[in-house]
Write a protein that binds this ligand. Sequence first.
Ligand code: THU
Length: 161
Amino acid sequence: MKEKIHTFKYKEYERGELPEDLQALVNTAISFAQQAYAPYSCFRVGAALELTTGEIVPGANQENAAYPSGLCAERVAAFGAAIQFPNTPFSRIAIVALPPDAPSSKPISPCGACRQVLLEYEQKFNHNIEVILASQTGKTCVFPNIKSLLPFSFDAAALSI
Ligand code: THU
């Protein structure tokens, strides 16, 4: 038996420390969050998905009275990009929440299903997707790719074992 350790690096920025281009993408995600339809959770999430061409595809969570029929901001953006720009790799995604009562003080992290979906496109294009998890008043974390957020994942390669 071997005991193994898995680690990965990511960056943590204090408020005001974020490079200008990343802050601009976060601001775009905040503006997309205004388009959330979240009457049940009152928790609005915005995702700004930047493609390698510089195009920015919007995402915001869309809820439904049949709760499981709703979709997270990240998958709205990913599927939108896949339809509109089927041959363009994704380069980065900024994600931010607008909680009901006050500006977000902590970043939120994408759910497992969204990580799985984003991983598919990261692998399809063989191009890392940088992940920017932002807050409005606190820290922002930047991860180098989806794979690091979903280690030991199930992927296309597993279908041919
Ligand atoms: N949500 C997202 O859109 N993205 C996330 O990363 C986490 C959660 C949405 C789903 C639901 O509409 C609401 O936030 C509360 O879970």
